[in-house]
Design a protein around this ligand. Structure first.
Ligand SMILES: CC(C)(COP(=O)(O)OP(=O)(O)OC[C@H]1O[C@@H](n2cnc3c(N)ncnc32)[C@H](O)[C@@H]1OP(=O)(O)O)[C@@H](O)C(=O)NCCC(=O)NCCS
Length: 152
């Protein structure tokens, strides 16, 4: 069993989310967690979760489940993912991808998407390892990737 778990945002895990630090140079690939939490507050279809290991916040993931969105890439997928620099490379991100896949299956979805920016130190290799494949689409300058929601 994984040592990681997801929690809904709460007064207990908010301080850890606010303090979460990426590795230097990674900030350009993802919005700050506080920005994402503000977006979640005004986006009813957002699904934000803290990633915990024991009592420690080790990451943040936000999915979006908006089956009626006019853009297929925004109907079911990962919107944001921030893993603490000190916790990277230990399976936290992969765990979060599989948890989003599980939630998507609970919602009857068989396919999920993610958008990523290409560049040195970016998340492209990570998403490819997690089974996403580029669809060939580019949205807002970012690569669109998709995979099935079946567990890997
Ligand atoms: C990208 C990110 C979410 C990955 O999280 P992580 O917890 O370090 O990833 P994991 O440990 O679960 O890695 C899973 C697999 O991907 C690989 N991987 C992770 N980051 C990688 C990268 N940048 N390039 C290539 N492969 C990578 C791992 O080696 C592992 O491979 P394996 O299948 O051989 O075990 C994390 O580095 C991060 O928060 N980056 C900064 C913010 C960001 O870019 N977010 C995404 C915005 S769309």
């Amino acid at each position: 069993m994984s040592e990681f778990r997801l929690e809904e945002l709460s007064t207990e895990n908010l301080p850890g989310l606010v303090e979460l630090q990426l590795r230097p140079g990674q900030e350009r690939f993802v919005a700050p967690v506080l920005h994402s939490i503000a977006e979640a507050y005004v986006t009813p279809t957002a699904w934000p979760r803290a990633i915990l290991e024991g009592d420690e916040v080790v990451g943040f993931v936000m999915a979006n489940f908006d089956p009626d969105n006019e853009l297929e890439a925004f109907r079911c997928g990962i919107w944001r993912m921030n893993v603490a620099g000190s916790a990277q490379g230990r399976g936290v991100g992969r765990f979060a991808v599989e948890e989003v896949a599980a939630e998507a299956r609970r919602r009857g979805q068989s396919r999920m998407t993610v958008l990523w920016e290409q560049g040195e130190g970016g998340p492209e290799g990570f998403y490819l390892r997690c089974g996403f494949e580029p669809t060939g689409e580019v949205l807002f300058g970012e690569i669109v990737g998709a995979r099935s929601t079946e567990p890997r």
